[in-house]
Design a protein around this ligand. Structure first.
Ligand code: C2O
Ligand code: CU
Length: 553
């Protein structure tokens, strides 16, 4: 195993992700940030210097479990103090398992500002993947607004809240087209004008060049701030083989759903007419789309890359066709050999997801607590017993049994807090994510929940309110092992994980504005076992004072 060294500088820079010039958060002058490629068992060492001038920064390695290095998880207020302008933080952690991952900012709404990139882990030297392919591509999906993330932040926190709306553009590897469409000629609306691209523009699509009659692996991860997506390749079947770094029982589909925080590998075979090119397209799901599809081209060699496909981009299921999304989710099952869940759990935490008001501000709350992160990161404050650093009251394990999840709440007010779910080390925990009606009648949204520091088994999905009798329907045989799971409108999702990773871990909706509006909880487990937290992770709030006092003693 090797150590892979990277020296990164994060800075704002001018960039044109979709045509018009914007300001994006880049790394070493690149957007998206550089791709990290390593092998299972390697150590990744990133020296991250903050060149932002006026704000702190952290980077989270999404899907990497950080066993033994909880301070390298890159969550501001949770695992570390944000790194100040001009300062450097060293992230050093092991990538213990092959898979498709990504990284992103985890402070304020820096992910929305464009702070993200891919992290690909290949199998260890001499090991083989359980499937064959001749070549591979990697695409990172995101969505883009012309309003800065700072303005979005102010909009969301204002009274009354101003919703950020749908993204202007869907990006594929940081590239999309706002002023024009690659598929204008197939569009019925006369307003769409054809892109005239030379190919060297920052917003020109990255074309995937293939040879006929080969099998390719397409790695796909979604770092979107808001959009749930559906991805298809015109006329090509997709065989899904990996999700969030775990192998799946392969299954074949025409298109896949991918929610923010998820990753997949799909295999496709280039068995179509090689004198044509084909669309790769993404479309919005679960919200009425006001954003054109994200597009790029699958280019069969030796056909010219500038030849447009001869038919329109593939159609995705209707945005509100949740039946097709549920059918897709239910096809996702673990490949034999994936770790199996313990057959029983020690604790069940039921988390009701609601949209609320707090003094006129719109919030999201979990069991009626809207998360507001503390000034002192939990990892340090819990490790050193600084119990004044956050709410001493533990958040509730359940909600009122007579709460009607199908209707707007009679009392829509909530409270904020930053208490912690303390999990007994090495115990098995079930989490039931319970969706509900939002503020408006007949509205319930999709929320992709992501857990730091672990994978969990998705034991099942259900409609309406979770009841005790649903336990008997849990899939304990081959549940997918993942780090992100969606809850469907008015439904519930059951998860199980083992609290075996000493540290403090965020568990939250991966929709950036939702997290910003309080949609998350914090788990702490085995924190007393954590050794040697680097001082740089502690140099703020009450742990910062503690360090100072020790120096002056
Ligand atoms: Cu990718 Cu806490 O998030
Ligand atoms: Cu959400």
């Amino acid at each position: 195993a090797k150590t892979r060294h990277f020296k990164w500088e994060v800075e704002y820079m001018h960039w044109s992700p979709d045509g018009p010039e914007s300001v994006v958060m880049g790394i070493n002058g690149q957007f998206p940030g550089p791709t990290i490629r390593a092998r299972a068992g390697d150590t990744v060492h990133v020296e991250l210097t903050n060149k932002l001038h006026t704000e702190g920064v952290v980077i989270h390695w999404h899907g990497i479990r950080q066993k033994g290095t909880p301070w390298a998880d890159g969550t501001a207020s949770i695992s570390q103090c944000a790194t100040n302008p001009g300062e450097t933080f060293v992230y050093r952690f092991k990538v213990d398992r092959a898979g498709t991952y990504f990284y992103h900012g985890h402070y304020g709404m820096q992910r929305s500002a464009g702070l993200y990139g891919s992290l690909i882990v290949d199998v260890a030297e001499g090991e083989k993947e359980p499937f064959h392919y001749d070549g591979e591509f990697n695409i990172l999906l995101s969505d883009w607004w012309h309003k800065s993330s700072h303005e979005q932040e102010v909009d969301l926190s204002s009274n009354p809240m101003r919703w950020i709306g749908e993204p202007q553009t869907l990006l594929i590897n940081g590239r999309g087209q706002f002023n024009c469409s690659l598929a204008a000629r197939f569009s019925s609306s006369s307003t769409a004008n054809e892109c005239r691209l030379r190919g060297n523009e920052q917003y020109a699509p990255q074309i995937l060049r293939v040879q006929p009659n080969k099998t390719y692996r397409l790695r796909i991860a979604s770092s979107t701030a808001l959009a749930s997506l559906n991805l298809a390749i015109g006329k090509h079947k997709l065989v899904v083989v990996e999700a969030d770094g775990n192998y799946l029982r392969p299954f074949s589909v025409d298109n896949i759903d991918i929610y923010s925080g998820e990753s997949y590998s799909v295999l496709f075979t280039t068995n179509q007419d090689p004198s044509n090119n084909y669309w790769i397209s993404t479309n919005v799901r679960g919200r009425e789309p006001k954003t054109p599809p994200g597009l790029t081209i699958l280019n069969y060699s030796p056909t010219s890359a500038s030849k447009l496909p001869n038919s329109p981009p593939p159609v995705s299921p209707r945005w509100d066709d949740y039946g097709s999304s549920k059918a897709f989710s239910n096809k996702i099952l673990a490949l034999t050999g994936t770790p199996k869940p313990p057959t029983t759990s020690d604790r069940r935490i039921v988390l009701l997801n609601t949209q609320n008001f707090m003094d006129g501000h719109t919030k999201w709350a979990i069991n009626n607590v809207s998360l507001v992160l503390p000034a002192t990161p939990y990892l340090g404050s819990i490790r050193f017993g600084l119990s004044n650093a956050f709410d001493k009251k533990r958040p509730p394990d359940n909600f009122k049994h007579d709460y009607d999840v199908m209707k707007p709440a009679p009392n829509q007010n909530t409270t904020s807090g930053n208490g912690v779910y303390v999990l007994k080390f090495n115990t098995t925990v079930d989490v039931i994510l319970q969706n509900a009606n939002a503020l408006k009648a007949n509205v319930s949204e999709i929320h992709p929940w992501h857990l730091h520091g672990h994978d969990f088994w998705i034991l099942g999905y259900g409609e309406g309110k979770f009841t005790e009798s649903d336990v008997s329907k849990f899939n304990l045989k081959n549940p997918p092992y993942r780090n992100t799971a969606v809850i469907f409108p008015y439904g519930w999702t059951a998860l199980r994980f083992v609290a075996d990773n000493p540290g403090v871990w965020a568990f939250h909706c991966h929709i950036e504005p939702h997290l910003h509006m309080g949609m998350g909880v914090v788990f702490a487990e085995g924190v007393r076992r954590v050794k040697r937290i680097p001082n740089e992770a502690l140099a703020c709030g009450l742990t910062g004072k503690l360090l100072m006092n020790n120096v002056h003693k």
